[in-house]
Design a protein around this ligand. Structure first.
Ligand code: ATP
Ligand code: MG
Length: 552
């Protein structure tokens, strides 16, 4: 049930459910998330997952996970495993064990027999080309198959032969007998079963005929006692067939299908087929490449389940659709990180600084400073930051010829080292190419935790000890595609979508567990890599920039 302070969501689907409950059409809400295990889940699926699982939870009902595994050619156990893991990571739990449409193949077959016996389905022995021609088009009605009026006995015998593997693939199809003149093409005697001499990841070689989605889906919903079958708008035309099957088979109580708009995010691919092409062509490193809008990719990138769920709630459920600004997603992820990310100092492009009077601090070789891990959350503890004679600052924090209003370090100027003292740049050392390779700075020893006497130092820069800092591999991601498509309108891969930096971080970060979120101060949000981060070789991915002017 929703928490006390949460506004009551009132989209059209929730309204329907409230009505159904009020009128006692149903008592226990059952939804399902029905992925086909033919790829990894993507951002679009996040919306379907949030919708189905959240609605069930809000109304005290249940949501099943059902693999819609009716096409063994494209399916794989790897996809099943990734889908389960993605749903858990998003923070949802399905009711009971995962289910499979293939669990119901016996029942679906029995329903098919019932349709044949009732005269509501027939085996079509035309060639696929003849069948295609016979369906007509949007402007032309279809024509009846010569097999449409075969006897029940003939149909039963052929269906039996299909099942026994006695007929070749493509030589026979079980079709619903509905209406070849229907303006809805889906209703022109749609296929219900086809021959596929293909081993199945769940049922092995038991079957060589497989039900079509249009048969399997409504009947699996019914078998599971689903009350509200929520899907995306492209299934709207299939709803009459959904209803036709449940009517013809006199199934009660029965599920009802409702359609909502797909989630489309500007510039992001939400199609498993297109994502698979990127993986197969090695344009990315795999399904969980942090540049991929797959759930596993976004997870590795450091997006949070809270951010993704918040995003889906803000997008909401409707029938109108449209394209969502990716900045909304970034906004939600950033919001979720503010309270969660630990702080650390990491220098992405190191410039050596020697603190000429370090000895004047009288602290031996190391001055150990202590800072909270999070400015507003003392319960997250503290960390020790060592200051030593040689440190690194970022190359971007020093300019020989500063632009106007530059508040960082320049020859002769002062700046505060974050969490430490004020320093002044006394000298800079150039290499033979005229590049700055080192700064010699002096510490104002009386400025730890207080302002210097008689002057204001406005700039603050981050730094790490050169002696005790740890090398960090930092992976910075940009969008996978260029913003401009090519002349044919095709997306063009961004050659700079990944850059790898050899950075140096304060020692505390090497102890981070994989998938720990950080704000590298003054830089961005980062996450320790799920697979590659190790204490002896820290690896961090850039999640997102610290700020953006975008307001939802
Ligand atoms: P794709 O086109 O990427 O292959 P799909 O719809 O074929 O996606 P399924 O595995 O069949 O993928 O989808 C499972 C569920 O997720 C379906 O109910 C489908 O409607 C829903 N879904 C898929 N894409 C989106 C999307 N972009 N927005 C909302 N729901 C989606
Ligand atoms: Mg699909």
């Amino acid at each position: 049930m929703s928490a006390v302070n949460e506004p009551v969501k009132n989209d059209f689907i929730r309204q329907i459910i409230r009505e159904d409950l009020a009128q006692e059409k149903v008592s226990n809400i059952v939804t399902r998330f029905p992925p086909e295990p033919n790829g990894y889940l993507h951002l679009g699926h996040v919306k379907a997952i949030c919708t189905n699982f959240s609605i069930a939870k809000e109304f005290g009902g249940e949501c099943n996970l059902r693999f819609d595994d009716t096409n063994p050619l494209k399916e794989d156990q790897e996809y099943i495993d990734s889908i389960k893991s993605d749903i858990h990571w998003l923070g949802f739990e399905w009711s009971g064990d995962p289910r499979y449409a293939s669990n119901y193949f016996d029942k679906l077959y029995a329903y098919a027999l019932q349709l044949i016996k009732q005269g509501d389905a027939y085996v079509d022995r035309q060639t696929p080309e003849q069948m295609k021609l016979g369906r007509g088009s949007f402007t032309e009605t279809g024509t009846d198959s010569p097999f449409r009026d075969s006897s029940v006995e003939a149909n039963l015998a052929w269906f039996e032969q299909m099942k026994n593997g006695e007929l070749a693939e493509g030589s026979a199809v079980l079709r619903a007998k509905i209406d070849m003149t229907s303006p809805n093409m889906v209703m022109r005697d749609p296929a219900l079963y086809r021959i596929m001499k293909q081993s199945h990841h769940q049922t092995g070689d038991t079957w060589c005929i497989y039900p079509m989605y249009d048969l399997a889906h409504p009947l699996s919903d019914a078998i599971e006692g689903v009350t509200h079958s929520l899907c995306t708008l492209e299934f709207e035309e299939h709803r009459p067939l959904y209803d036709w099957l449940l009517d013809k088979l006199s199934i009660a109580p029965r599920p009802y299908q409702y359609e909502f708009a797909r989630l489309n995010v500007e510039g992001l691919i939400t199609s498993k087929r297109q994502l698979k092409t990127l993986v197969d062509s090695s344009a990315v490193e795999g399904w969980d490449d942090p540049r991929m809008p797959t759930i596993s990719g976004m997870r590795r990138r450091g997006y949070t389940p809270e951010g993704l769920r918040d995003f889906c709630e803000r997008v909401g459920l409707n029938k109108a659709g449209g394209t969502v600004d990716p900045k909304l997603l970034d906004y939600c992820v950033r919001q979720s990180l503010e309270d969660k990310a630990l702080r650390a100092m990491v220098v992405l492009k190191p410039l050596k600084v020697t603190l000429s009077n370090f000895e004047a601090l009288d602290e031996g070789e190391v001055l150990t400073l202590t800072q909270p891990n999070h400015p507003n959350r003392p319960e997250l503890g503290e960390r020790e930051i060592p200051l030593t004679k040689t440190i690194y600052i970022d190359q971007a924090d020093f300019e020989l010829v500063p632009p106007p209003k530059y508040r960082r370090l320049t020859p002769g100027s002062e700046v505060r080292l974050r969490n430490a003292h004020v320093i002044r740049c006394d000298e800079h050392i150039l290499d033979p190419n005229g590049e700055v390779v080192e700064l010699i700075c002096s510490i104002d020893t009386d400025t730890l935790g207080k302002n210097p006497e008689g002057r204001k130092v406005k700039g603050v820069i981050h730094w790490v000890s050169a002696d005790l800092g740890v090398p960090v591999e930092v992976r910075v991601y940009e969008s996978l595609f260029l913003s401009e498509p090519d002349s044919e309108g095709e997306l063009v891969l961004n050659p700079d979508s990944l850059s790898v930096l050899e950075a140096v971080g304060e020692p505390s970060i090497k102890d981070a567990a994989p998938e720990t979120h950080y704000q590298f101060e003054r830089e961005a949000f980062f996450v320790s890599d799920q697979h590659d981060h190790r204490t002896d070789k820290p690896v961090f991915n850039r999640v997102i920039e610290l700020r953006d002017s975008y307001k939802p």
